[in-house]
Ligand binder design. Sequence first.
Ligand SMILES: [Zn+2]
Length: 391
Amino acid sequence: MAKKKKKASMRGKVKKNVERQQSENKGFGCVSLPKGIQFYNPSMGKREYFDIIPYIITDSNHPDRDDENEIALQGDIWYKRPYRTHRNIGADHETVLCLASIGKKCPICEYRKKRADEGADKKELQAYNSSLRNLYAVIPRDNKDYDEEIHVLDISQFNFQKPLNEEIDEDDTYESFAELEGGFTISVRWSEEKMGKNKYAKATSIKFSERDDLDEDILEEAPSLDECLKVLSYKQLESKFFETEDEEEEKATRSSSIKKRKEKEDDEDEEEKPKKPRSSNKKKSKKLTWDELSDMEEEELAEVIESKDLDIDMDDYEDDELNLRIAIAEELDIELPEEEEEEEEKSVKKKSKSKNKCPYGFKFGIDTDTEDECDSCRLWEKCDEEKEGSE
Ligand SMILES: [Zn+2]
């Protein structure tokens, strides 16, 4: 009896949840869809089917444009609209459209270049990197959560296009998947990936099956994906970007003076310092190098952790990709460049502390239950234990 009741109570919620996922997806803030068109959000942990519908390119600067091979010229039909985003921009840590990816001057890319020319190190430059995403017009098939109408799929290159490319490389029969005639329905198994608090879907298995030809009229229904990108002006993006830049500079100045002081102290007792055994020769990972690790985006790092079954909790490294990379390098015995080793020492200290660190900056194991934030804190249990233990 009780069981039945429970079952019925999920009615109407699953779909609601899908709607919520949809509205959350809009949080990327770089894409705005024409009225009446909705996002298709992959269901994690499921296999789903959809057709990719071609659209007519309106942008003369389409990122895939290749004059020599006559690819993606204005007026052509094409199946994806690539764009790039910069993350953690401004006081609100927004994800914004990289203006360079639509053929304009991008203040963030310019700043990155300027800092690179000035000799800034890799870890600083990483903060200004952009990541590649794509928009697709799709018709979900046999999916109870979606009508068989045109939707838009907005997903990172890494989570869909890359595995799709690999399939097509392997068998180019499927290259015509998005053609009106002789196309294929795509079937994708979406895995559930985790990055900090965020969950996202990644295509882990892609298959193709022949589908009916699509009517040419569908081209008129398909939204112009080029026009779905929300474009800020150079000035708007610049002021958003430097909003935090000032604060960060302040912080950097502060921490560099602390660092200088610390270096001085370190110099003094350098003699006594026991030489740390470095992992250089034992069990060196042939596959990954620090440079490769440095170039990876969050999602790729998550994948490394999962595939190598590393004992690393991404939650411990939220907004701290550098130390996450260092922790991965440690686990995999990847040699760090010298300057990173310094950071590593800090990070080891930080790591042992961060296990017991209050995410809101209060005293761990002491201020338990004294602040509003305690109610929803993910470390509450550990914090409470610590308090109990010390009492
Ligand atoms: Zn940019």
